[in-house]
Design a protein around this ligand. Structure first.
Ligand code: FAD
Length: 384
């Protein structure tokens, strides 16, 4: 696919030094001789989030974590389940460490260049080349990977959250255990807290909703303060680093208009819509892209049909039956073992895992959700 004799500046340009851009750059530099330019609009790559991911499947960051937890907790309807597995761990990596480590790996290679503070003004394709007007110069390349995120659609379901790193005056957190979901009483909304203890007195507490409406920042902060005051009435907390996000719980329509300009990351559905996880996906998709580059074949990073279908049914179900979500997640964690859960979350499940997953889900609601999902798809297909 990359073949030409015209003068170019780089073989490949990647827009965005975030998760997908950096993971793809690392994979290209590691496995090919292509020259790569990474363009990023930020002036500095600073901490903007914490990435959590399972220690399976492995990638180059699996051993570089800041925290590792064996015990996983889910609380719903005043009950809780704690699960663990000797092989599967939940890991945290602070994004600034991810950015620094990635740039360090990349800068060791002469084929790589990064330009921060890059404003993309125009992207165009002409005679088999891509021209990018960046700041006031034009860069020409043979192939462009673009991770500029698509705007979030207002009338679709999304996962929205804000997290605060808090430090307590007492050792109140169980640093061996991560709380993936601590559901709050609510029949109309899906609302839970996510608690990542970094130590016995420091944790990231996140207030998360699955709904179509996103709130003002103050609401999530109020939620967190109330949660802490109810759970730890005898403690004082200092509030530090803040992270927030709005992640799609719907699939972006994948219409590739060009073989030379390829969307990656959020825009290209690398974030699993039923969970919001993307970390491992980014490494897997980057690996697949580089395979295609090496083999000179058409690049596509589409999700497997069965995985996409399951994700879309889950999200349709959550959108239609928010009041059933607590029981749904509770049963999911109660009846499935960690291995099956991790395989589902990382899209490594086999046929028997899928049967196990379907068995624990509420049948009537699931059939209705599947029916409405089909209607949506037929409606969409007839319009385009
Ligand atoms: C707060 C937060 C926490 C998350 N936690 C997890 C987690 O624990 N585990 C997990 O698996 N997933 C998590 N996710 C989801 C997912 O991993 C991230 O959203 C991930 O960053 C998506 O990767 P990306 O490359 O698509 O986007 P990004 O990482 O956001 O990268 C896009 C890059 O493009 C740059 N950019 C944008 N526009 C331009 C432009 N015009 N010109 C040049 N550059 C541009 C941006 O500045 C950014 O650096 C989280 C998301 C958020 C927001």
């Amino acid at each position: 696919m990359i073949k030409s004799t015209k003068k170019i500046d780089f073989d490949i340009v990647i827009i965005g030094a975030g998760l997908s851009g950096l993971s793809l750059a690392i994979e290209i530099i590691k496995r090919t001789k292509f020259t790569v330019l990474l363009l990023e609009k930020k002036r500095k790559l600073q901490k903007d989030k914490n990435w959590c991911f399972w220690n399976y499947p492995k990638n180059i960051f699996t051993t570089k974590y800041d925290n590792s937890w064996k015990n996983i907790k889910i609380s719903a309807n005043k009950e809780e389940i704690i699960k663990s597995d000797e092989y599967f761990k939940y890991l945290r990596l602070s994004s600034d460490r991810f950015y620094n480590l990635s740039i360090k790996i990349l800068k060791n290679n002469n084929n790589f260049k990064v330009k921060l503070n890059s404003k993309i003004k125009k992207i165009s394709e002409k005679k088999g080349f891509v021209n990018i007007l960046v700041n006031d110069e034009t860069v020409t390349c043979k192939m462009l990977f673009n991770s500029i995120p698509r705007p979030i659609v207002s009338n679709e379901l999304k996962q929205h959250f804000l997290g605060l790193e808090v430090t307590s005056n007492k050792k109140v957190f169980n640093d061996k255990e991560v709380t993936l979901m601590d559901f709050q009483e609510n029949n109309k909304l899906i609302h839970f807290f996510y608690v990542l203890p970094f130590s016995k007195n420091k944790a990231l507490i996140e207030s998360t909703y699955f709904s179509k409406t996103v709130y003002n920042e103050k609401k999530y902060i109020r939620d967190i303060k109330l949660y802490l005051s109810e759970k730890y009435p005898d403690c004082y907390f200092n509030f530090g680093f803040k992270e927030k996000g709005v992640l799609p719980m719907y699939s972006n329509k994948e219409k590739s208009l060009s073989n030379l300009i390829i969307p990656i990351g959020q825009t290209s559905n690398w974030i699993k819509i039923s969970t919001g996880y993307c970390f491992q996906n980014a490494f897997e998709k980057s690996y697949q892209i580089v395979n295609k580059l090496i083999n000179n074949s058409k690049i596509s990073t589409k999700q497997r049909f069965i995985n996409k279908f399951l994700d879309e049914i889950f999200c349709e179900f959550l959108s239609r039956y928010p009041g059933s979500a607590q029981n749904f997640f509770y049963n999911f964690f109660k009846y499935l073992n960690i291995k099956t859960i991790v395989f589902f979350l990382t899209e490594k499940q086999n046929f028997w895992d899928i049967l196990k997953i379907l068995k624990v889900l509420p049948k009537k609601e699931l059939i209705i959700s599947t029916f409405f999902l089909f209607l949506k798809k037929i409606n969409y297909a007839s319009r385009y």
